[in-house]
Design a protein around this ligand. Structure first.
Ligand code: MEV
Length: 319
């Protein structure tokens, strides 16, 4: 066993297909390679098990609330490696805002699992990584599709269908994404339940919306492959309108989407679970992206990032 170890993962943006992905429809998501989660573990000689983060500083056993899934995951990992009483200090160093549709909890579990596997010098394959990370996601969010953990652990955009092998692919198109945070907590569990409730109340209408969203995600993949940004933008805006009808938008999300479109975005939509959280807007070039970002800031966006659609490595963090 090592005396210290490190695990890393990324934030994510769902380009198309949130919510409908829970019902087996395809989705496209992008890891945001410049917004990271880094977990470090340092062994302690006593048996104290300490967690340090921006939001929590204390013992593993007292970790609760939004972190309950992480606590259970760590207990599970210690048991798996036959070391339930191991003394350690685990630090979560996150650039990902919590509960903003950017995959903070998924990124936490991916980085925690990677760090423990490194600590115990065990090889970790992707299937095991995702299976374990989804245990935490189920505790935290209810019935996750697995898209957040799959994206957060990937270096490339993914085409994702629940319970199927993840397909990473390269994007080779111009265009920029503006990712913008309302500053309002999104609530994944609540949003997923709201859609399920609508499904029970109005099954045929909801089924139609979900299947339209799936078709839009498949069409978006073709638009990305053919470089048709105008079509991609239109699909994004249409998806947002469907998500609004599904009941997962929020007045602040509406303001940001409307503002982005007024400022020449090719399309804009909420990203992630909604009812708060973030939007993404598609801009044809960097100048447009900057204008959109400034306008979003003026109408109350808390934080934003500009990212080339094709390569996440040059992402600019503006606030
Ligand atoms: C959350 O980032 C995405 C949802 O589709 C839930 C899920 O897929 O697990 C809303």
């Amino acid at each position: 066993m090592l005396t210290k170890a490190l695990g890393q993962s990324h934030a994510k943006a769902i380009l198309m297909g949130e919510h409908s992905v829970v019902y087996g429809e395809p989705a496209i998501a992008i890891p945001l390679l410049n917004i990271n989660m880094i977990v470090t573990i340092i062994l302690r000689h006593d048996h104290q098990q300490l967690i340090k983060s921006r939001y929590y500083n204390g013992s593993l056993s007292d970790l609760a609330g939004a972190y309950e899934g992480v606590r259970q995951l760590i207990v599970f990992l210690l048991g798996k490696f036959n070391n339930p009483d191991l003394g350690f200090e685990l630090t979560l160093n996150s650039q990902i805002p919590q509960e903003r549709g950017m995959g903070s909890s998924a990124a936490t579990s991916i980085a925690v699992i990677r760090a423990f596997y490194e600590l115990f010098e065990e090889p970790l394959d992707r299937k095991t990584l995702l299976k374990m990370a989804n245990i935490e996601e189920s505790i935290t969010h209810g019935s996750p599709s697995g898209i957040d953990t799959a994206t957060s652990s990937s270096e490339d955009p993914i085409f994702f269908i629940k319970n199927q092998e993840v397909t990473p692919f390269k994007i080779d198109v111009p265009g920029y994404l503006v990712i913008s945070d309302t500053g309002i907590m999104g609530q994944t569990g609540l949003a997923v339940s709201a859609v399920r409730h609508l499904f029970d109340e109005e099954p045929s209408k909801t089924r139609r919306l979900i299947s339209d969203l799936g078709e839009a995600a498949a069409a978006a993949k073709i638009a990305l492959q053919t470089g048709d940004l105008v079509c991609l933008g239109q699909l994004m805006t249409k998806a947002h309108s469907h998500l609004r009808t599904l009941g997962v938008s929020h007045p602040h999300l509406e303001t940001l989407v409307k503002t982005a479109i007024e400022k020449n975005a090719l399309g804009a939509k909420l990203t992630g679970s909604g009812i708060g959280g973030s939007i993404i807007a598609l801009a044809k070039n960097l100048t447009d992206a900057q204008h959109i970002a400034e306008a979003l800031s003026e109408v109350g966006a808390q934080e934003y990032w500009i990212s080339p659609l094709a390569s996440q490595t040059n992402m600019e963090h503006l606030i």
